[in-house]
Each structure stands twice: as C-alpha cells, then as structure tokens.
Write a protein that binds this ligand. Structure first.
Ligand SMILES: [Zn+2]
Length: 84
C-alpha cells in the first residue's frame, strides 16, 4: 500500500477544507478520496491523490461510498426537523 493512513488524515478537501474519506476497491486498494460535504471523489492515480477540483468526480448515491454507515454531518435532509 503506497498511501499512508496518516497522510490521508492530513489531506483535506481543497474546496471546503473538510475531512476526506478513503474509498477502496474490492481489493482494498485506494481508488479515491471522497469529500462527503461536497460529494466529490478525488481520484488516486499511482498512489498519488489528485486533489484538483477539475479532476474530481461527483460522488452521488450509495455506490462507491466507503462510509461505514454513518451519514456525514450536515447531510440531513431538509424537512426532517419534524414537529416539536
Ligand atoms: Zn469538500
């Protein structure tokens, strides 16, 4: 593995400066860094994260999400406040 986890923790989204999530393929190889806030996936090429907005791809939907279940904070749907 060419990507050090500590390195990942140092990387932030170039747009919102938020934390990124590492996306892996079926063989646990890192394929992208995903910003949950922007729903953008920054590709990892040859082990090098490409932190360019122009290279980022939309990361909509559950497919490809490496998140272990917890929705990103601030991603709540509007109108879910309910009545109190
Ligand atoms: Zn972001």
């Amino acid at each position: 593995m060419s990507l050090d986890h500590r390195l990942i923790s140092l990387l932030v989204c170039p747009l919102c400066k938020g934390p990124l999530q590492l996306r892996r393929d079926g063989e646990s190889r890192p394929t992208a860094l995903v910003c949950p806030a922007d729903r953008l996936a920054f590709p990892i090429r040859d082990g090098i994260p490409v932190m360019l907005e122009s290279e980022a791809q939309p990361s909509e939907g559950p497919e490809g999400w490496a998140a272990p279940g917890a929705p990103p904070e601030g991603a709540r749907m509007p109108g879910q406040a309910g009545s109190s």
